[in-house]
Design a protein. Structure first.
Length: 202
């Protein structure tokens, strides 16, 4: 954004969540994703999304939090340019409790601007790229389960967090695995073991 120029205003009538027990429902009809989360009733949902990084980083907070640009201005700019969804990568564990509160504020403010949010588990420990570790066995299952249980507990209210519409259970698994890999096929014989795991599990 050029220095000294404020972002354009939001559209005069942005979509707002409905009020009632059905707020925030999402379902499929054939190959269409549909929702009743907006004030104009049931409609086909077409996604134009952007990544919003930061919560998966060593800082454990939203990207750009150091900037003087208010988050509301960022959301207004995204909305003005036709975006309606944000993908938000997360760390499974290792972030302070204050991260949960910041994430809830982020999701709420995004909803106030008519932006949907997709949460994705991106890394095991914050700030370590491609750190997905080993998720096999009881310990790995429990850690992944606890990570998602925390998000469910945070965003289970379908009216308050109507705009949380998707979850990526495990992004970019890399070398992650649940158990022994299958035997290499003939066309994989040339691949050494160090590069075999990602191809099996990705």
């Amino acid at each position: 954004m050029p220095r000294g120029h404020a972002p354009p205003p939001s559209p005069a009538h942005p979509p707002y969540p409905t009020v009632g027990p059905s707020a925030g429902n999402y379902w499929t009809v054939g190959n269409e994703l549909r929702t009743d989360a907006f004030a104009n009733g049931e409609q086909t949902l077409r996604i134009k999304g952007a990544n919003f990084l930061g919560f998966e980083s060593a800082a454990c907070n939203r990207g750009g939090s150091w900037s003087k640009t208010p988050l509301t201005d960022v959301f207004k700019l995204l909305k003005y340019n036709g975006f309606n969804a944000l993908r938000v990568p997360l760390s499974w564990e290792g972030c302070p409790e204050s991260t949960d509160e910041e994430l809830k504020t982020f999701v709420t403010e995004a909803g106030n601007h008519g932006l949907l949010v997709a949460l994705t588990m991106n890394t095991l420990r914050p700030g370590l790229k491609n750190d997905n570790g080993y998720v096999g066995g009881d310990d790995g299952y429990k850690r992944l389960h606890l990570a998602w249980q925390r998000q469910v507990d945070l965003f289970c209210d379908p009216e308050k967090y109507w705009n949380v519409f998707a979850a990526d259970l495990l992004d970019s698994p890399h070398g992650m695995y649940w158990g022994p890999p299958p035997e290499k096929t003939d066309n994989m014989k040339h691949v050494d073991d160090a590069h075999y795991w990602p191809q099996v599990c990705a």
